[in-house]
Design a protein. Structure first.
Length: 288
């Protein structure tokens, strides 16, 4: 389901429509738009709160944007721009020239609403903040919003597992690169870590026995990463347990055309910080 939901959510980071919408409400530069728009559901929070909840960014990158962003636009205006921009981008990508959406969109929305119904967000600040927002009336905006709630729910759980494994945000990225999920230049530049910080994180993981001198995962590191990923999946399973296997598989099938359209649009670059696969055919096997 991550392979179904993450591409739909991720258009907000790469498509031109959201970036233009942030500019129109007064935000300055890509990173101000990013940090303000993703945190706006929590209100006009401080840089420390954004740093803590987002977890994996170099703090200096956050502090360049927050709290200055709130002097240019209120959280309410930023949220409005975000959902409008994301909805416009996704509609442009998936709708036919006549404006028709993929078959089964109404059913997909019903299933997504059921998946997020009474979602337990205890200890998950980003998920809780987004789940408390009203679901937009427009079907594409609604689908993007519901996908975002589920995405942040999984992400908050993943951060909990990383913290439990005593990994810093930078060390988590080093592990990601060591596993071959993405490359250092892409991830390091996208998260703002400087070379001495990245090298220090690498050395800490070498000392821990989780990566070797060549930057590859050791057997102990691989086992640790597998545990983190398995626990992340377990903590993210409640929505799909609520739907059950048959309806989860149905939702995965209904979202497949949306994912295929996002892939075909080349909106998300092949090298991306989420390590989201965008090459080749969209996955068709529904997974719970």
């Amino acid at each position: 389901m991550w392979l179904r939901l993450e591409p739909l959510h991720a258009v907000v980071y790469f498509a031109p429509e959201p970036i233009a919408a942030y500019r129109e409400v007064g935000l300055r530069g890509y990173w101000m738009g990013y940090f303000a728009s993703r945190s706006a559901a929590m209100g006009a929070v401080s840089a420390a709160v954004v740093d803590a909840t987002f977890y994996n960014f170099a703090p200096r990158l956050v502090h360049r944007a927050i709290p200055d962003a709130w002097t240019f636009a209120s959280p309410e205006r930023v949220l409005s721009a975000r959902v409008a921009g994301a909805g416009a981008a996704l509609a442009r990508i998936v709708a036919t020239p006549a404006g028709d959406l993929p078959p089964g969109t109404a059913r997909a929305l019903d299933l997504l609403r059921t998946a997020v119904e009474d979602l337990d967000c205890a200890g998950r600040p980003l998920a809780a903040a987004h789940a408390a927002l009203p679901v937009p009336d427009h079907p594409v905006q609604a689908l993007w919003h519901l996908a975002t709630v589920l995405r942040e729910h999984r992400g908050d759980g993943h951060v909990a597992m990383l913290v439990g494994a005593e990994l810093t945000g930078c060390q988590a990225h080093v592990m990601h690169v060591a596993a071959g999920a993405t490359d250092r230049p892409t991830l390091q530049s996208a998260r703002g870590w400087e070379d001495p910080e990245w090298d220090g994180a690498e050395q800490a993981l070498v000392d821990r026995g989780w990566i070797d001198a060549g930057g590859q995962l050791t057997p102990a590191g691989r086992a640790a990463r597998d545990r983190i990923e398995a626990d992340t999946d377990r903590l993210a399973s409640a929505p799909w347990q609520r739907l059950g296997p048959a309806r989860t598989a149905e939702l995965a099938s209904l979202l497949a055309p949306w994912v295929a359209a996002v892939r075909a649009s080349d909106t998300i670059p092949p090298s991306n910080p989420m390590a989201l696969p965008v090459d080749g055919p969209a996955p068709v096997d529904p997974a719970i």
